[in-house]
Ligand binder design. Structure first.
Ligand code: GUN
Length: 291
């Protein structure tokens, strides 16, 4: 029987533990605060940010949301970040990516106080992750690590193939899985659009993580019996539904699930974990800043 890894269930378990920490901090006079900043007209980004804000409200984290028109100059966004950096009630700052083309992403990421960088995207925090001393584990990769554990797999010594090399998922995930730490010690292969014989790589993996943004790229033919499959993809494809689209992952769930020993669905797999680990980092940021 294939295990369908339920991200909502795993996320709820972690959020229950977080509730206790939030209550303790709040009782001590420090309610964790997360600021989200959106500078984009993209519908998916708007949805993600509102989901993050709703999660804050539900768990007792103070959520602060700021929107900046996408045609404003970069300076408007940087000024907003400066204000949030200086605000002691804000422990975590998240600027939803992508930002408009006229805004330099790297300048934005470097402007965020590294102690408030709950995404873990500031170069200082990226450097700490790569050198094995992470301050904030990036949310989606950390969530993937938890889902692999939920499938009862210890990455140590396993062959893990990460398909995708983004700064947000593929690269930080590869680093986490490689670390000499619990949840790490794997042999990691990172594949991407220029990889030759992708199927050959994925068929030799104990765990395949798909994070490329190509709808249903990984199908049952590309994996071997018993593989754990984690699908990070969230792709909107045209469909005859009320909204005019449906969400599909980077994995062809129907064919892959017949081979996999455990697999995440889309939606309901990695998505809820990203939000949970964001709350986790916000609580951690609050604890450190108020210590
Ligand atoms: N866009 C897609 N994923 C993420 C994320 O994890 N954090 C931020 N800030 N933007 C994103």
């Amino acid at each position: 029987m294939t295990q369908i890894i339920d991200g909502n269930e795993v996320g709820d378990r972690i959020q229950n533990e977080l509730s206790t920490s939030i209550a303790t901090l709040t009782d001590a006079g420090v309610t964790p605060g997360l600021a989200t900043v959106l500078m984009s007209d993209d519908g998916a980004s708007e949805t993600y940010v509102s989901m993050k804000q709703r999660a804050c409200e539900e768990i007792g984290v103070n959520g602060y949301h700021h929107e900046i028109d996408s045609d404003e100059p970069a300076r408007s966004l940087l000024t907003q970040i400066d204000e949030l950096n200086a605000d002691p009630s804000v422990h975590g700052i998240l600027v939803q990516m992508p930002v408009p083309d006229h805004v330099d992403k790297q300048t934005v990421l470097e402007r965020i106080d590294p102690l408030k960088d709950v995404d873990g995207f500031h170069p200082e925090n990226v450097g700490r992750l790569v050198t094995g001393n992470p301050r904030f584990k990036p949310c989606t990769p950390h969530g993937v690590q938890k889902l692999i554990a939920a499938a009862d797999v210890d990455p140590e010594g396993k062959d893990i193939v990460v398909v995708g090399r983004s700064d947000i998922v593929g690269k930080p995930l590869a680093n986490l899985l490689l670390q000499k730490m619990d949840g790490g010690n794997a042999t990691v292969t990172v594949c991407h659009s220029r990889t030759k014989n992708l199927a050959e790589k994925t068929r030799n993996a104990d765990v395949v993580v798909a994070a490329v943004g190509v709808p249903e790229l990984i199908d049952g033919e590309m994996i071997t019996e018993g593989t754990v499959v984690i699908d990070v993809g969230v792709n909107r494809v045209d469909a005859d539904t009320e909204k005019g689209y449906e969400l599909v992952g980077d994995v062809d769930f129907e064919t892959a699930k017949d081979k996999a020993s455990a697999i995440t669905p889309v939606p309901g797999g990695v998505g809820p974990m990203t939000i949970t680990m964001l709350l986790y980092n916000t609580v951690k940021a609050a604890s450190v800043q108020e210590d």
